[in-house]
Design a protein around this ligand. Structure first.
Ligand SMILES: Nc1ncnc2c1ncn2[C@@H]1O[C@H](COP(=O)(O)OP(=O)(O)OP(=O)(O)O)[C@@H](O)[C@H]1O
Ligand SMILES: [Mg+2]
Length: 274
């Protein structure tokens, strides 16, 4: 097994559906890969996966086969562009959206035995605040909340932050505004969330910036290609590149174990006893 000390694990979540989690996870993963990072992208929208569709990649095995014992986690990994490693989930498999805490912990623990050299793991989570989302966020070192300019996006992201803070002990978050028409709109959205969190919660939310609403991004998604690769000079691709540069400066956590420090023992225990 290759030693994967100090792996940076980033969960991307939003509460609200359709905010842009999958688009952002995949393009940030790609942008970080282009910066020389060894990146794995995990589709943690377990029952309604779509990273593989977005990137037009295919695998014989996905995470549902791993849960059924039919495949090893290693066999699910797809080699994406520039060496990006993709772990696909199942689409239209209801049971995968209803895993027990033990099944989540077992699945996540399997990452500890992967032989691959990885320095960044990006987790695309599902919409909502069910246990799958909160478990993956708890497992991560950093939680990136995606917001967009809709009232329900503000309330849902507040709701998610509240649950992660009060029930899962997470204090630090990053926030990314998506589909904004002007940069200052993103800043205002962030401020609206802060107005609520500052009053009622003890959390630290850092603003990472905004991804513009971009017709090239939509076009790329429709063509099942990443905008960062298909239109690298588009506004959204440049924003992804900027944000990836910022993420690359984050210090990696200290790791005590020799494997991927995805879920430490402590975190697995918290999940299985939740
Ligand atoms: N910056 C953007 N500019 C234009 N279109 C965008 C942008 N970001 C996302 N979209 C579009 O918004 C839609 C939702 O995006 P995406 O699937 O990434 O969201 P999601 O949060 O993963 O959704 P779900 O909650 O269903 O998993 C897609 O059609 C995507 O093409
Ligand atoms: Mg998604």
């Amino acid at each position: 097994m290759v030693s994967n000390n100090n792996i940076q694990v980033i969960a991307v979540a939003s509460g609200k559906g359709g905010a842009g989690k999958t688009t952002i996870s995949a393009n940030l993963a790609s942008a970080l890969t282009q910066k020389g990072r060894a990146v794995m992208l995990l589709d943690a929208d377990l029952g309604m996966a779509n990273v593989d569709v977005l990137m037009n990649v295919h695998s014989r095995c996905n995470l549902s086969h791993v849960l059924e014992g039919k495949c090893a986690l290693e066999e699910t990994i797809i080699q994406g562009p520039n060496g990006l490693m993709i772990v696909p989930a199942a689409s239209g498999v209801q049971r995968m959206a209803q895993l027990s805490a033990q099944e989540h912990a077992g699945l996540i623990n399997a990452f500890n035995d992967l032989p691959h050299k990885i320095d960044t793991l990006i987790i695309d989570t599902a919409a909502g605040i069910n246990h799958s989302v909160t478990n993956f966020c708890q497992a991560a070192n950093e939680v990136l909340i995606v917001i967009c300019d809709e009232p329900t996006s503000i309330t849902d992201s507040y709701g998610l932050i509240k649950v992660l803070n009060q029930d899962y002990g997470i204090h630090r978050f990053h926030m990314l505004a998506n589909q904004v028409d002007r940069a200052q709109d993103g800043q205002q959205l962030y401020q609206r969330v802060l107005n609520a969190t500052d009053r009622f919660l003890h959390v630290d939310i850092e603003y990472l910036g905004a991804i513009p609403r971009d017709v090239y991004l939509r076009r790329s998604n429709q063509a099942q290609r990443l905008v960062t690769l298909k239109y690298p000079n588009s506004q959204s691709a440049r924003a992804f590149d900027r944000i990836a540069s910022e993420i690359a400066t984050w210090s990696a956590p200290d790791s005590l174990s020799g494997g991927i420090d995805f879920f430490t023992e402590r975190r697995i225990n918290q999940i299985t006893h939740a």
